[in-house]
Design a protein around this ligand. Sequence first.
Ligand code: HEC
Length: 441
Amino acid sequence: MGSACSRWDRYWNEDTGPTGPGTPSDTVPPTVRFLTPSGQDPAHATAVKGSTYAIVIDADDDQGVVQVALTIDDGPALDVLGPGWTLMWDTTVLAETSTHRLEATAVDAAGNMGTGGPVYAQVFNLGPEVVISSPADGALVKGQLEITVEFLGAVPDIERLEFFAGIFPIGELTAPPWTYVLDTRPLPSSRYVLTVKATTSLGSVGVSDPPVGIYVHNGIPDVMIDFPIPAVDTVGAPVPWKFATRGTLVLEGTASDDEEDEIPIPPDQIVWRSDLDGPIGTGLNIQVQNLTVGSHTVTLEVTNAWGTRGSDSIPVEVLAEGTYMFCEDIMDDIIVWGQCTKCHNPDSSEWPNMELDLRTYSGLMAGGLTTAFPIVSPGRPEASFLYNKITAVWDSVDAWVGEPMPPPPPLLFPPVFDYLKEQMRVWILEGAAPDDPEECG
Ligand code: HEC
């Protein structure tokens, strides 16, 4: 810039415009991209045909696109209708095999302009009428894919069929049968639009219509059982997770698949199975009771929408009875002996309005209303409020646990001895099973 103009340059550069300070001004132009046609250069022009070929433009802006215009070759700007930004193009009036250049502009409310293209399209209206009869549009595809082509009307004398995924050639056939086998395994997971170009011995060219969209995905779902996690023995083999059949086996897993955002894993395809009992539940997190007594392998099987399965397994040992029994080892030894029900009983005179009722198995499992969650979490003693309450230490009171139980002196309640804490821990670990019958006599 010449120095004579520098005052004006500064003025223009520093001017914040009519919006003034405090008003956020939109300076981000829209992004514009052609979805169809999509040929990047004249040699890879997208084949188009018909009187209503849909030109589809993807125009995006942080504040919203207000107008999209399209030019074909050096013609006038045409208004594209949104949302969806689609324009029907009559290609039948164009010269056969002629190639055309398309460009688009999009404008946002603040007047910022973005441009897309050029893309190239080549017209084929007069050649043989060819359709892809398989796969179907929208098919989910993996492994070897057979692409089958049919001709409408009299079968012309075909010299060559060329197959494309988008603008990329995938292969060609020069003799019947007109079925091309595509190995999809090397292809990145994505959506592809299949088209076929048929050339007759007389040199006329036909392009398949309508285009066929497929989703290719060869990935295996990643599946993991997160709970329980069996211990391992000295040689690293998993030690079966033990639980009492009347108790609750909590099973939790995770499953993921690369294409989950596009096409999620069907919920009913997340299946827990036991080699002894068959399917035992669906969904990532389940709770089961009354499994057959014996050694099981419990498997989480997850099948994605493409039918590809991933799995994880753990060994589980189902016991007829747990190491400790509820009535004898929990109710009698801890609750009754410890006089917990003096307070934990809705009719307590010691503690009016007490919500937690420790007089029965069902009361104990229901938990206290103030805690708003159960005080026993089967399989997880360390996460169980009941176990934490009796193992907490008075002088290092944990905020989550609150005051330990039983309450300390000067109230004189019998202490819960360590061997009783261990009984409680193992009983919860093995599924917090009730006796049969459930309530203690
Ligand atoms: C002197 C009365 C008293 C006795 C005896 C007593 N508790 Fe408590 N307990 C309370 C009070 C009051 C609370 C609520 C305050 C708190 O959570 O810190 C409570 C809370 C609890 C909670 C938390 C549940 C909830 O709803 O907040 C558990 C679990 C518990 N006690 C278990 C026991 C056990 C097991 C024993 C016997 C070993 C026992 N308590 C003995 C008075 C008592």
